[in-house]
Design a protein around this ligand. Structure first.
Ligand code: GAL
Length: 337
């Protein structure tokens, strides 16, 4: 326990120092300021990742302070190594689409590519200031970096939907994960053929969890989420099932509960399959509610063994995308990179 606290304190101290602008790190530094190719802090909060044609596309909430306060923004970044990200633009700059009033909400955007229509389909949580609307919004583009045109909003499967997540199975089928407060749990539902609607309930997991994420690894499905404490971190948990439709085990902690997920909240699980190994990456947000634009990302390779999912203490790490092998390194001085 003491050891854990000491290494976590070292982590906090280490990552309070920003990476210098000219550093070209090979590693991912969880919790550090993460800059794009322009030297600007990446704005992809509550995000999602689409792997398409050999590159990764990261979309998320763009909370840049100079944004028009009447609009809500989604930004997109691309990368071939998951470390260096090229800004591809604000792919959505949306004015209040449903007369939601001031302080309306667009959160947790997730991007899908539909192989049948060729279109890129962006889902996001759409809400009013009091989070009563509880719908998903959908926007579409012919090009991955947009611009995206707003199409509609709805309640998936006629259920209230707040935090959303995405999951693409190995056979390419696409699912939306959404939290439904009245039913005290979250749904995993398959998208329609054109991805423009949510068609079929595959699983309902009776556990009131947000930030839902799913990965299929080594014959097991892992569903992960956070408890409902708003922007405040809490011990995130996971369950497993032999099939996406269950039966799901009880939920267990992904890290020692006193670590509070190292101040992060789950957003996405990404599977990277290489020639030698398959790695599962935990992608979370370290929210700063007063300065949301300065919220950080906590990405770490998960340690999965025999159906047990473990989030290690944050430390710089590397991934070799060809082999799929991740290496967690002891904290080093980032200015020496
Ligand atoms: C969190 C949720 C975030 C945001 C926040 C608002 O629980 O995961 O996406 O909605 O609450 O308080």
């Amino acid at each position: 326990m003491k050891k854990l606290l000491v290494s976590f304190a070292a982590f906090l101290l280490f990552f309070s120092i920003a990476l210098p602008a000219n550093a070209a790190p090979k590693q991912i530094f969880p919790g550090a300021v993460w800059k794009d190719n322009r030297g600007q802090q990446i704005q992809a909060h509550g995000g999602g990742i689409l792997h398409w044609k050999g590159a990764y596309y990261w979309v998320g909430e763009d909370r840049t302070p100079s944004n028009d306060p009447e609009k809500r923004y989604v930004s997109c970044y691309s990368s071939k190594d998951l470390v260096h990200w090229t800004f591809r633009g604000q792919i959505l700059a949306l004015s209040d689409p449903e007369h939601l009033g001031s302080h309306w909400v667009l959160e947790r955007p997730k991007l899908f590519h539909n192989p049948r229509t060729g279109k890129f389909v962006l889902y996001f949580h759409l809400d009013d200031a009091r989070y009563k609307l509880a719908r998903v919004g959908v926007a579409v583009s012919d090009r991955i970096a947009g611009p995206y045109a707003y199409v509609k909003s709805f309640r998936p499967l006629d259920q209230e939907s707040r935090d959303i997540g995405q999951f693409i199975d190995d056979d390419g089928s696409a699912y939306l994960i959404f939290e439904s407060r009245p039913t005290h749990g979250f749904f995993i539902a398959q998208l329609s053929d054109d991805y423009m609607s949510v068609e079929k309930q595959v699983s309902f997991i009776r556990a009131p969890l947000e930030g839902g994420a799913v990965v299929h690894y080594n014959g097991l499905y892992y569903a992960l989420g956070s408890h409902m404490t708003g922007w405040r971190p809490n011990p995130n948990v996971y369950a497993t099932a032999p099939s996406l439709s269950g039966p799901w085990t009880e939920f267990k902690d992904i890290a020692p509960p006193e670590a509070n997920t190292y101040q992060a909240q789950s957003a996405m699980l990404l599977k990277v399959t290489g020639s030698k190994a398959t790695s599962v990456l935990f992608m979370g947000d370290i929210w700063k509610p007063g300065t949301l634009w300065d919220s950080r990302y906590l990405w770490m390779p998960a340690q999965i063994d025999n159906g047990e999912f473990h989030l290690p203490v944050p430390s710089p790490w590397l991934i070799n995308l060809k082999s799929g092998i991740t290496t967690i390194e002891p904290a080093a001085n980032p200015s020496q990179q």
